[in-house]
Every structure is written in C-alpha cells, then in structure tokens.
Design a binder for this molecule. Sequence first.
Ligand code: EPU
Length: 422
Amino acid sequence: MVTKERLLINGGNPLVGEVHVSGGKNTSAAVIPAVLLADDVCTIENIPDIEDVHALADILVSLGAKVDYEPGVHIRIDPRGIDGWQVDYRKAKKLRASYYFLGALLGRCGRAEVAYPGGCKIGSRPIDQHLKGFMALGAEAEERGGIITAKAEQLLGTDIFFDMVTVGGTINVMLAAVKAQGKTVIYNAAKEPHIVDLANFLNSMGANIKGAGTDVIRIKGVPHLHGTTYAVIPDQIETGTLMIAAAATRGDVTITGCIPTHMEALTAKLLEMGVRVTDMDDAIRVRFQQAYRAVNVKTQVYPGFPTDLQQPMCALLTTAHGTSIVQETIFEQRFRHIDELSRMGAQVRVMDRTAIIEGVAQLYGAPVTTTDLRAGAALLVAGLMAQGTTEIYELEYIDRGYEHIEDKLRSLGADIHREAFI
Ligand code: EPU
C-alpha cells in the first residue's frame, strides 16, 4: 500500500516573526554539476536540503564521484573517481537541472549522454539553444529517442549569440566553455543572480570568467580547475515566496540571510500594492499597513519580475482591491495553479498567457492539488490566507524546491502540518 502525504493548513493566522532563508535551489542546481570540472575535492556550503539536491547527488554518485552530504550544512564532492558519462532516464527525469551534466561532462571528458530532463511541466521547454552552444564550441550534439548526446575531441572557444535569453542555456555553455581552448563570448546571456554565483564558483576554482551579471559573458578557457570551498547565495525565490506569504496573511515578517537587491522587482510591486517593505543589509521586513491595491505584473528575465514568483503573486492578488492583470511571458503554461485557486473562491479568467484577477474579499479553504513547484508555493500562500482548512496534495513538487517549508511557516505562527494518508 502506498502512503502519500498532504499538507493541512488552517488559514487566517498573520505570519509574524523572523525566518532565515535557505541556500538557492537554482544556484545549487548549477554549482553541484560544475564540480565535475574540478581536479580535486570541492566543498559547497549553504546547500539546501531539498529533493532536487538529493537527485543531483545521486547522479554524481552514479558517475563515480564520492559525495559526503550533510543536509543543510555542506556537500563535499570528490570528482576524482568519475569514469561515467551517461545519465539515464530514471535519474534525469527527476529534475530539469540534470541537463547541466551535459555541459559539465562535455567540459570534463568531451563526452556526455543524458536523458531528456524532467522538471516542472510549465511549457514545452526546448533545449535547442544549449545544443547550438555546444555545436558552436565544436561538439557534435543531437537529441534522439529522448537521449541527448554531445561529444568533442577538443572544445574550441568561440562567439555564441543566443536567440533568446535562456538561464539553462547560459549555464550549460559556461560549463562546457570554461575548459575549452581559447576564448568564448556569450552574447544575450541571462543575468540572473545564480549565473553570477556560478561564475564566482568557477572562478574560485581557477576559471577566468568575466561579465557574468551582464548580457555579455567572456570566458578564457583554462586547462585545469582546482578544488574549492564555496557558499552559494540565498534562494531569491524562497525569499520572495516568504515575502508574499507575509503580505498575504497581513503579517509582519523579517526574512534574514537574504540579498535585498535580488528582490527589487518584487519589492517594487509589493510597495505599489500598499505593502510596507523595509530593506536592511541582509534582511527584508514585510508588514501589512493598509488594504491592498490591485497591480499589473509582467514576468521578465532578471532583473524583471521573475516567472518563478508569478504563481505565488497571483495568490496574493486574489484578494487585492480591483482588477490585476498578470502576463506570463517566459513559459507557455504557467497558469495551472489558477484552477486550484478558483476552487478556493478566487475570481480569475485566463486568456492565453494572461490572467485577469478580480479581487475578492476572502479565499476559502478547499482540497487542492499541486501541479508544479511554484504552483505549490501559490497554494501554500492561498491556504495561509484562506478562511478554513486547505488540504494540499502532491507535495513532491514543493519538496523539490522548498527546504522544511512547513517548519518555517509554523515558526511564524502558521497552523500547518503534514500528515500521511493512504
Ligand atoms: N528556451 C528555448 N530554447 C532553449 C532554452 C530555453 O526556447 O534552448 C525557452 C524556454 O522554453 C522558455 C525560455 O526560453 O520559454 C526561458 O527558459 P530558460 O532556459 O531561461 O529556463 P530554464 O533554464 O528551463 C530556469 C529555472 C526555472 C526558471 C527559469 C527562468 C533551473 C533548474 N530552472 O529554467 O526554475 O523558471 O530558469 O528563470 O534553474 C523553478 O525554480 O520553479 C523553475 C522552473
């Protein structure tokens, strides 16, 4: 008999207090595969205890690495024994970031075979730009039968111009190019904080990468990368989710250990709604001060409003006064949370990639199902705001990306617990 888990939230408690943000999921997802490129042991601190990290560690072990993982403390990876270059379907399908083993294995041994990655179903998510980048570096790369193969005798630095801004493509090409012979310039690169973090991590191993955080990244290939000790940046999407939850429950929460400048697009929107937000050096305080106004949100690449916060933001806007228009420009199908919010009393119409949200006075608890990671975050926020009990199902999505989230919310006064059911 299979036992599953659900979250039960009795909504309505304002969140109050202080909470510490965990290390970044998407930065860990890039930095952990990057260890393959090192000649020696790397220790990475601030790695969150989430399912995506467990899945990445599993892949490393299957390739021959030694992994010593102390959840919430550090992960120590010895890549010296790596002799594999294949990541099979059962491992790759667990998460999107499995595709970073393509760039990392190509950079390490000139050969990679990785099953098409899994991850959240939020649109078609092609990887043509990754393959274009590998081929520009001189690799043969193709996707056939659900397997992506890339190989090269010698990767050669070159100019690469992405057709669109892609976070994954930028990271994968950085991984492949860092030990290529000569100079690689990536134009139209993504500028997300975790691109900068990956560049800092690789540079701490002896790489020569300049310009990360701008749309032109210049990489001078080096023959070897040494081991390092590095702490990844805090998770800006967890920070944002907690900021939204604090606002949604009309609470008063200080989120510590975060980087306020990473949160500017969200902070600006919350201020526009009438939420009180105070930035400190490495903390943000979010407080209720007046009834919220509806606002319009358009997702964009960094430093614009992040697509990963669009879904929890929709939950917050369901009870703002007036009509909010939310446009999703990055992924084609990132509104699957709306049906679930509607079950809780939200008034939302979705037309193509736009959600029109008419603010209502109150959401009501209901049984709801998570369809992807950030849809899960939206349902958490909605459950905390709602009157009555919300049951959230399919928690594996939430567990992929949020570290001990119900403990954190409970420490702020939320009435939330996890229970098993058959
Ligand atoms: N795209 C292409 N071709 C490509 C690559 C991307 O058409 O070769 C398109 C995508 O279909 C999408 C857009 O370009 O429409 C942007 O995709 P991007 O490559 O930037 O996203 P990603 O690498 O697949 C990462 C994060 C996502 C986050 C996005 C955008 C990881 C593991 N995933 O995805 O995180 O939403 O960047 O910031 O880092 C999440 O954390 O919930 C999550 C989905």
